[in-house]
Design a binder for this molecule. Sequence first.
Ligand code: GLN
Length: 445
Amino acid sequence: QSALDRIQRLDGDLNSFISVTTEQALADADAADQARAAGDAAALAGLPLALKDIFCTQGVRTSCGSKMLDSFVAPYDATVVEKIRQAGGVSLGKTNMDEFAMGSSNENSFYGPVKNPWDLSAVPGGSSGGSAAAVAAGLVPAALGTDTGGSIRQPAAFCGITGLKPTYGRVSRYGMVAYASSLDQGGPMARTAADCALLLETIAGHDVRDSTSVARVVPDYSAELDTSLAGLKIGLPKEYFGDGLDPEVETAVREAIKVYESLGAKVCEVSLPHTHLAIPAYYVIAPAEASSNLSRYDGVRFGHRCEDPTDLEDLYKRTRAEGFGEEVKRRILIGTHTLSEGFFDAYYLKAQQVRRLIRQDFLDAFDEVDVLMGPTAPTPAFDLGAQKDPVSMYLQDIYTIAVNLAGIPGISVPAGFAGNRPVGLQVLAPHFAEAQLLGVAHQFQ
Ligand code: GLN
């Protein structure tokens, strides 16, 4: 009830929630109280949480930040939602996001922008900006986000919280509305790494309903948080400290790295030579997959349908023209173009080859070091409305996007401030080394 009251009091300014599910939350909280009284409380019993509005929830609208799905109510729960419920977690509602997770500032939502709780004139980052702002403002202790090219880590950095993108395949994507299926991954956003560990333990694992989820034991992340960092080898990718990095962000990140040295870690420089190709490759691959995934919104099966269509083609055209926002349309156009006959080899196939090189860069670096560290984003949170052209917005993701192309895990850890705006330290590790990331983040906190 106190979390719901706080949402009521503060979210008018922040706009971090699209739907608040008060009745369901109170009923679930009662059930958790009863379980606790009966002595069989599960790991998250009674914990208030929020879900990015990309996770399907039975009986509750799942809008994906889009007019297209404004009236869509899923007939089932996403696997991660089911797991949270089974663990006694209490969802308070669905958080705001960039439409179909396309964006880095949360300004692309049909439901309006979210504001950064540290400074209401700043963006919270995106696309999981609602989840990040809700946690940062203390509306909920933890939330789920998704990360296709940085959408957990960058808003976590902008809002001064901890956000983990797990290894591709660690967490089931069943019931998570698809943006770019080979890149999408759900994960925890919370104030601390310890809270992220608890949430990841709950949501990770193989799922027969997602063939890309990996059948691999889920470690006890919480138990490994204090594993000693003495002798840890940290690599600083030189490409992550070059032109375009805000000096105050760089200072905060370098100060954080000194703390690790004082804990016994060894630091050296490494190179990820194909870094400059990550954004171009991503903006071919992600829109290609998106154009295919979003073809299902045709006015027939889900959500929005235009009024009085004259024929099938008119139904498709007007439904999609009315239902999708500008950025989503831009991505569909890019995606259908790069997949079209005559361009496929030059764009899509080439981007897949580049993707392979980017992945190899990380594997080579991890032959030398245990983890990589650098800034999560090149700048602190920018002002609402400040990034006007799409390419400058895409450049926000310069340090986060390659991680999704490689499928490795990454975490953003709060590491001080630039002025009044938080800075995130990004830590990257080999596939399935989430325990290491969480331990590294925890011991800084
Ligand atoms: N900002 C990137 C994009 O717009 C990444 C978004 C995400 O990770 N969902 O595609």
